[in-house]
Design a protein around this ligand. Structure first.
Ligand SMILES: [Zn+2]
Length: 93
């Protein structure tokens, strides 16, 4: 499976920049959901468990208006599976 660099913070990132850093946007648990388009695909394609806090947000993604995106998400889940972590306030690396 392809790996992407979406979970790598940029050089000098203070781990507090979800507006400009994909890794922050994908892992900052202060957010109700990751501020990153198609974020479940980023998790699945990088074989990472989705934080339990965002389980409901994941279900909302399955109801997105973009049917092609939803179809792709279902197919990706069927192919690779999806994992969730327990709810935790611990920052993710
Ligand atoms: Zn960052």
């Amino acid at each position: 499976m392809k790996r992407t660099r979406e979970f790598e913070h940029y050089d000098g990132c203070g781990y507090d920049d979800p507006d400009n850093c994909s890794a922050c946007a994908l892992t900052d648990l202060r957010q109700d959901s990751p501020n990153y388009a198609a974020w479940p695909l980023a998790y699945i394609e990088n074989d990472r468990a989705i934080p339990g806090k965002w389980f409901k947000a994941f279900l909302e993604e399955l109801k997105d208006d973009n049917q092609a995106y939803v179809d792709n998400l279902y197919q990706t889940v069927a192919k690779y599976g999806v994992r969730f972590n327990r709810v935790s306030t611990r920052p993710l690396g």
